[in-house]
Design a protein around this ligand. Structure first.
Ligand code: ADP
Ligand code: MG
Length: 275
């Protein structure tokens, strides 16, 4: 678990912004951070990466990473890949140098595969200023993935790219997660992409988590049903789901349905385990 109980007041132009969050994020999960601009998504990612000091405590697997404005574990030792909102490529290095510079022992085959999936082969030797916003974003993603980080922090990874490429990025993130069992946090206001990828979404507003929604475990094949009815029982719920032309009745633990409402999509990959 990544556990944090953090708070900080930012003063900007005489106005206070109060950030206060206490949450747990399962290691190995893909979690979304959804919320309007200025709600605190980037700030949370920066806290977790150790790039910004705060009061309170942040732990990963029972190891204290930061406590009361002190980074107990150095950011460089956290095995984090970070895709920054502004991409932050090194301007004086080519695309491939940007990627390899971030990695002690670059896995050339893995990097080549990422370049191909994200259609970056043609810009391998280009300089950052020659790239479009979308290309910069994809290079930043490859640079973050190349060292196979245990924790991947993505800040608005879908912002500068069009729909077709968004689906590619979703596939690349899911593939990285499935291959490496990494923990992924994605700040985005593209809720559609978040729902496709995440097992849980934290809805953030004004420096706080206002709501959290869980989805059933990740499905590699997008196998969805639409919730038609939910009947709560003691610890389980009877859920009627429409999947294509079929109607299914499922008895599920209530914990799996936290935040799920009628009309929501439910990922149904767990059904395979029951067959
Ligand atoms: P989001 O990523 O959701 O758009 P941010 O986390 O970037 O939101 O910002 C949330 C708020 O946090 C900002 O409006 C700002 O007031 C405050 N903030 C974050 N970092 C700083 C900082 N270093 N200095 C001053 N204010 C900051
Ligand atoms: Mg932001």
């Amino acid at each position: 678990m990544i556990r944090f109980d953090v708070h900080k007041v930012f003063r900007q132009s005489g106005v206070d912004f109060k950030f206060e969050m206490k949450e747990e994020i399962a290691v190995g999960s893909i979690t979304g951070l959804s919320g309007p601009s200025g709600s605190g998504k980037t700030t949370l990612l920066r806290f977790i990466a150790g790039l910004e000091k705060f009061d309170g405590e942040l732990m990963c697997n029972e190891v204290v990473w930061s406590k009361n404005k002190v980074n107990v574990v150095d950011p460089s030792a956290r095995k984090i890949g970070f895709v920054f909102q502004d991409h932050a490529l090194f301007p004086h290095m080519s695309v491939i140098r940007n990627v390899e510079f971030a990695t002690k022992q670059p896995d050339s085959a893995y990097i080549a595969d990422l370049f191909a999936r994200l259609e970056l082969d043609d810009v391998r030797d280009s300089m950052p200023h020659q790239l479009s916003g979308g290309q910069k974003q994809r290079v930043a993603l490859v640079r973050a993935l190349a060292p196979k980080p245990e924790l991947l922090l993505l800040d608005e990874p879908f912002a500068s790219v069009e729909q077709r490429m968004r689906s590619r990025i979703v596939d690349v993130i899911r593939h990285h997660h499935d291959e490496n069992g990494s923990t992924v946090l994605i700040a985005s206001h593209h809720d559609h992409q978040l729902k496709d990828l995440c097992s849980r979404i934290l809805f953030i507003n004004n420096g706080r988590v206002k709501a959290a929604r869980n989805y059933s475990s990740l499905s590699p094949d997008h196998d969805h049903g639409v919730v038609e009815e939910i009947h709560l029982e003691e610890n389980t719920a009877l859920v009627k789901v429409k999947k294509g032309e079929d109607r299914l009745e499922l008895r599920l633990p209530v914990s799996m349905l936290e935040g799920v409402q009628k009309g929501d999509k439910l990922k149904l990959d767990f059904l395979k385990d029951q067959n």
